[in-house]
Design a protein around this ligand. Sequence first.
Ligand code: EPU
Length: 418
Amino acid sequence: MDKFVIEGGAKLHGTIPTSGSKNSALPALAAALLTEDKVVLKRVPRVRDIRTMERLLQDIGSYITVENEQVTLETPRIVSPEAPYELVKTMRASSLVLGPLVARAGRARVSLPGGCAIGARPIDQHLSGLQLLGAQISQEHGYVEAAAPNGLKGTRIVFDRITVTGTEDILMAAVLANGETVIENAAREPEVVDLANLLLKMGAKITGAGTSVIRIEGVAKLHGAEHEIIADRIEAGTYVLAAAITGGDVTITGCVADHLGALTAKLAKAGVRILQPDDTTIHVLPDGAIHAADMSTEEYPGFATDLQAQYMALMTQANGISIVKETIFENRFMHAQELMRMGANIRLDGREAIVAGRSNLSGAGVIASDLRASASLVLAALVAKGETVIDRVYHIDRGYENIEGKLAAVGANIRRVE
Ligand code: EPU
C-alpha cells in the first residue's frame, strides 16, 4: 500500500491547475447509459473512482476508450443491468447507474451500500423517487431490484432531504419517463447543473437545474453528445486551503471561482488574503496571522462538507477558538483524531469540533480514513515540524489527480513511497 512522506515547513509558491470534477464526471459517465449513441466526455480526471465507474459501465455493456482525459462511451445494448457488491462497496456512487438503467432497460439490480467511513449514507430517497416514477422496488440478498417493464411515468417528487446523487439519479430516470416530472427540494450543486447540461445536449428537456425545483419533460429517446466536465471545486478548494495553511503565494487556475464563494468568503473572515483576477483564477497571498472563524457545512451554495476536514486543518493554525460544525454527515470527523496525534487541540462534541489554535503540529505516522480526511492530513503535514507519513493513500487516489505532483510543483516536500 502506498504512503505519502511529507516534510513540513515549505511555503507553497506557484501555480496549480485544477482538474475536471470527479463528482461531476461520475454521473456524466452513468448518463452515457441512456443512449446507444456515442457520448464523448472531456476533462475527466484520471482518479480511482472514475476507473471504478468505467469498469462498472463496461460490465453493464459500454464500450469505453480513454485518451488522456477524454472518455468515449458507446452502449449499443445493456448486457447486464447490475452493479455488484464488489464495486458498490468500494464506491457508493455506483448507485448512480440505478436511474439510467431503469430508464433505458426497464430493470436494474444494484447492491445496497453498507455503512461507510463518513456516515450511514442510505439511498432511500433514490428508491422512493423511482417508486413514484412507477418502478417496482424489491430488496433481497443485499441487493435492490427496480423494475419498470412498461417504462417510467412522470410525477411529482419531493425529497425528504437534499441529496446530490439522489437528485442526479432521479434526473437521469425522469428524462426518459413518459410525461412531466417535477423534483422539489432538489440539490443545487454545480455537479447537478453540469449533468443537466450534458443531458440537454443529449436531447433531454430540463429546466430549473441549479434551483431547488427541477422540471423534466420526458422524451422517447436520447442521442449522443460531447461535453466538457466542469472544474473540480473541491480539488481547487483543497489547494486554496493548502496555500493558506502554509502562508504561501499560490494561484489556482482553471477553476470556477463562483463555485467556491462560501470558502473564499469564510477565508476572508479568517484573514486570508485572496484575489480573484478573473472568473477561473483564485490567487492566495501570504498575509500574516490567520484568525479563528466558525464554520458550518451546508448544501450548496453553503460551505461544502467535502472541504470541512481541510478547513479544520487550517483552523488548527488560526489564533483563537473556532467551532467547526458538520451538518451533512453524522460521522465525518475521523481526521480530528489524526490531527490530534499531530498535536492539534480539538474537542469533539457530537456534530461539532471545537478547535483551539494555534497549535505547533509535529510530524507523525497517521492513517487516511476517507478521501477528504486524507486531504486534511496532507495539509496538516505541510505545516508540521518534521516528517509525516500518511498511510492508506489509496483513499486520496480515489479523488485527487496527482496531488503529490501538483503540490511538489509549488514547493511542497512530498513523495509517494510503496
Ligand atoms: N441521504 C439519505 N438518504 C438518501 C440519500 C442521502 O438519508 O437516499 C443523506 C446522506 O446519508 C447524507 C445526506 O443525505 O447524510 C447527504 O447525502 P447526499 O446524498 O447528498 O450525498 P451523496 O450524493 O452520496 C455526494 C458526493 C459526496 C458529498 C455529498 C454531499 C458524489 C459522488 N458524492 O454524495 O462527495 O460529500 O454529495 O455534498 O457526488 C467526496 O467527494 O469525498 C464525497 C463524499
